[in-house]
Design a protein around this ligand. Structure first.
Ligand code: PRX
Length: 635
């Protein structure tokens, strides 16, 4: 290792300082990787032994019904046993589990003891509403501690949570409630965002109207503005938590390792979102190991994963993994630039954050405001930085490294997906970095870049990213549609049994992976994952649109923005007003994250003779590039 910490070499390598290496759990990546690959089930078993189980597993991996793999078969546990119950028997009961700041500046802290008590109380509330093991509970909230409490309470009683991101509209929420058949919905009156109230309860009311399977709605009072409460159906969280039934004694349900923990909906190639299902046993082993080794979490750390708990990043690395490791996590409710663009840096300084994990879109967004904002603050508490959600461009990487990281902090660029449960290709802090590369696979993971026949691509050649072996954090199924899981992820390389990520990538001579982007009809907008089909179907559900095609166009800050091409129905007059109406319509159907940056009316859409829209042609046109082979074009 070089003495000069993190000075870029000519080849753009960045090496960690001796101190970073000395602190790292894994100081020799190659040795750790080799050990994990020598006997992978034994490796994961060793990791699982660091956690508590009511009963030990009989078999680490059952691959007899691949790709429906089972991990820690016969083991009995509950993720809450590891995330909370075990800590309150140790000194950690007094340690801060969660530090929270609201957008208006209000603050709350939870020790492990207090969090455990709140979770127990809410678990009893849910039980009193008749929620049992295996039942689904939908959670639709802003970024407040009660969201974490609701997730843990649901898991504690063996029910299955389905968290729907607070930026989704009533239709998206209704669809997800309906698919999961949740009888209980937990929400809040509103959430603060950029000084405004997001009317979550109002949206929830409309969703419940569309999806009447919901019998009870629990409402956390956050913003305190007037909301409609329907007698007999809606209850205030604080009223329920004050009832004698909400006692702090609550048994943790004994779960089979393979019992479901949560469903999380994500976008794919069809209009219907997929409910990705994760389980108690393997997920707890995978998320806690990946967090500990990648971000080197220690008891002294203050870990800030600046994602939303409503996405997988939040599930795995705000809620479960940090708590399992007994770490102190920080969570902030609002916008990064509210009221000024220094808000995040002020938070880092004030709370002494040691590790910051965020998305390239946030980095680029804050970079735009200039260096003066972070430079006002003392960021010297930081010791590691992280990135996730989309490829980080070298310019943003370098800004993050130099301005936020004082030219010395490593950036762990973690590649993974909702389906993988945790980090798959990621640097450990002791390895050399190259800006823009997520480096090499986590120990225990075999990743490759292959061509259509499954041959490994030579260095520098683009191909499909695949995972060639099972891992404990992998999805178990698509809720209610196991066939879709096989078809989407395991049919392209069925013969070999490999998992298809849906990303294209390159590997360089050093074996470092460079993610290029999605190969399917999925667009990453500000790190959010959206399906073109979802947005197209929202557009054509408007009476003025006959057909629609949606593409992602590169954008400096958001990674991609959405362009939509609409074929109007006969007799429809095209106007700016109609464009606004359609944008509003998409907002109502999916949510603000899906609103196209541009809507253009066309008289014809480029299609193949078999009727498939050639989005590639639209994209080339939008970007002013050659259209490529258009010989299959119908018109
Ligand atoms: O395209 C990849 C991109 O995000 C996709 C997964 O999206 P989602 O399930 O929403 O999960 C995001 C958070 C884990 C991937 O198929 N992606 C994720 N991380 C990276 C990335 N692309 C490049 N570099 C990353 N570090």
């Amino acid at each position: 290792m070089t003495e000069e910490t993190f000075v870029p070499a000519a080849s753009e390598w960045y090496y960690p300082s001796d101190e970073v290496v000395k602190n790292a759990y894994i100081q020799d990546y190659d040795a750790a990787y080799a050990e994990a690959m020598a006997d992978t089930p034994a490796f994961w078993a060793k990791r699982a032994e660091t956690l508590d189980w009511y009963q030990k597993w009989d078999k680490v991996l059952d691959d007899s019904n691949a790709p429906f793999y089972k991990w820690f078969v016969g083991g009995k546990t509950n993720i809450v046993l590891n995330a909370l119950d075990r800590h309150i028997k140790t000194w950690r009961k007094n340690k801060l589990a969660l530090i929270w700041e609201g957008e208006p500046g209000d603050k709350h802290t939870y020790s492990y003891w207090r969090l455990w008590q709140e979770v127990n109380k809410f678990a009893n509330v849910l039980r009193s509403m008749g929620v049992k093991k295996g039942d689904r509970v939908t959670i639709y909230m802003g970024r407040i501690p009660e969201l974490v409490i609701a997730m843990l309470a649901t898991a504690k009683i063996g029910a299955v949570h389905s968290v729907v991101y607070g930026g989704f509209s009533e239709q998206a929420l209704a669809d997800r409630i309906e698919d999961a058949q949740s009888r209980v919905l937990v929400t809040c009156d509103g959430a603060w965002l950029r000084g405004n109230i997001v009317e979550l309860k109002k949206i929830a009311d409309q969703a419940v109207h569309k999806s009447p399977v919901v019998e009870h709605v629990v409402v956390v009072k956050r913003t305190g503005h007037d909301v409609h409460m329907q007698a007999g159906r809606d209850f205030w969280y604080h009223d329920l938590m004050a009832l004698p039934i909400a006692s702090t004694n609550s048994e943790t349900e004994v779960m089979d390792a393979e019992d479901p923990l949560f469903i999380l909906y994500t976008s794919g190639t069809t209009g219907k979102p997929k409910g990705i299902l994760h389980t108690h046993g393997g997920y707890q082993v995978y998320t806690s190991t990946t967090l500990q080794w990648t971000f080197d979490i220690k008891d002294e750390d203050r870990w800030w994963c600046a994602a939303d708990p409503g996405w997988i990043t939040g599930h795995s690395y705000i809620v479960y993994a940090p708590l399992i490791l007994g770490a102190t996590g920080f969570m902030y409710e609002g916008a990064p630039n509210f009221p000024y663009p220094n808000r995040w840096w002020k938070l880092v300084e004030e709370y002494g954050i040691t590790i910051l994990y965020t998305a390239p879109t946030a980095i680029r967004g804050l970079m735009r405001f200039g260096d003066a904002w972070p430079k006002r603050h003392n960021l010297s508490s930081l010791r590691l930085l992280g990135s996730v959600g989309e490829p980080i461009n070298p310019e943003a990487w370098k800004w993050y490294h130099s301005v936020i990281g004082g030219n010395k902090l490593p950036i762990c660029d973690t590649w993974w997906m909702t389906e993988t449960g945790g980090f798959m290709i990621t640097p450990l802090p002791s390895v050399g970095l190259k800006p823009g590369s997520c480096t090499r696979p986590f120990p225990g993971i075999i990743a490759d870049v292959v061509d259509d026949e499954g041959n490994s691509c030579p260095p520098g050649v683009e191909g499909k990213l695949v995972i060639k072996n099972p891992w404990p954090g992998m999805l178990r199924t698509v809720y209610g549609d196991p066939e879709r899981m096989v078809k989407t992820y395991f049919s392209t390389y069925a013969k070999q049994g490999w998992y298809l990520a849906g990303d294209s990538a390159r590997r360089d001579e050093d074996g470092y992976f460079w993610i290029i982007g999605r190969i399917d009809d999925v667009i990453k907008v500000s790190g959010y994952r959206l399906g073109t089909a979802e947005i197209e179907s929202a557009l054509v559900s408007h009476p003025s649109v006959a057909e629609a095609a949606v593409i992602g166009v590169p954008d400096e800050v958001r990674g991609n923005v959405i362009y939509a091409y609409c074929l109007p129905r006969a007799g429809v007059a095209i106007s700016e007003e109609l464009v606004d109406k359609l944008k509003q319509h998409v907002r109502d159907e999916i949510g603000p994250i899906a609103v196209p940056a541009k809507i253009e009316f066309v008289s014809v859409l480029p299609k193949t003779r078999s009727g498939k829209i050639m989005r590639r042609v639209l994209k080339a046109r939008a970007m002013g590039m050659p259209e490529g082979d258009t010989s299959t074009l119908e018109e």
